[in-house]
Design a binder for this molecule. Structure first.
Ligand code: AMP
Length: 154
C-alpha cells in the first residue's frame, strides 16, 4: 500500500484529497500528517489488509510513526519488520530523473531528499531491531530478491 500511489490516484480523480495534496507533492513537501494518517487508517481498514500488509512510503517522520504505533496498538497489531532500502543520493536522483514523474523537478527532488535526511532517517533508530537493511542499488529484480532473502532470514 503506497501512500504516494494513493495520493496520485486522488490527484488524477480530482478528489478533494487530491486537490489538497497536490501542492505539497509538487513542491516535494510532505502532505500534512493528519491528512496522510487518516488516509492510511482508511486504507488498512479495507478487507484486503486483514491477512497483513506492506506499507510503502509511510511513515516518513517521527510523528507519523508515533501515531501509527498507537493505531497498531488499538487494533492489537504489531509490525513484523521495517525494510530500509539503502542507495546513495546520486543513484536515487538518477532514478528519479529517468522515471520523469510530474513531481520529479530539480527543486522537488532536492526537497524530498532533504526531508528524507532530516525527518525520515531518525526512524532508523526509532524502529531499532525491526529494521531489515537491504542494499537498494541494482536492478528491480535483484533488489526484490535481496528483500525476499533478508525477510526470510529475519
Ligand atoms: P512517493 O510516491 O512515496 O514518492 O510520494 C509522493 C509524494 O506524496 C511525496 O513527495 C509527498 O508529497 C506525498 N507523500 C507520500 N507519502 C507520504 C507520507 N507518508 N507523508 C506525507 N506525504 C507523503
Amino acid at each position: 500500500m503506497s501512500t504516494g500511489d494513493i495520493f496520485r490516484a486522488n490527484v488524477t480523480q480530482g478528489t478533494e484529497l487530491g486537490l489538497l495534496a497536490q501542492k505539497y507533492m509538487d513542491a516535494g513537501d510532505l502532505v500534512p500528517d493528519e491528512i496522510t494518517s487518516a488516509m492510511v487508517a482508511d486504507r488498512i481498514a479495507e478487507a484486503d489488509a486483514t491477512p497483513g500488509f506492506l506499507l510503502d512510503g509511510f511513515p516518513r517522520n517521527i510523528p507519523q510513526s508515533e501515531w501509527f504505533a498507537g493505531l497498531l496498538a488499538d487494533r492489537g497489531l504489531d509490525l513484523d519488520h521495517v525494510i530500509l532500502l539503502t542507495a546513495p543520493d546520486e543513484v536515487v536522483v538518477g532514478r528519479m530523473l529517468a522515471r520523469g514523474r510530474a513531481d520529479d523537478t530539480d527543486s522537488a527532488i532536492r526537497r524530498r531528499l532533504d526531508i528524507y535526511h532530516t525527518e525520515t532517517t531518525p526512524l532508523i533508530d526509532y524502529y531499532g531491531e525491526k529494521i531489515v537493511r537491504v542494499d537498494g542499488v541494482g536492478a528491480v529484480e535483484e533488489v526484490q530478491q535481496r528483500i525476499l532473502a533478508a525477510l526470510g532470514q529475519a
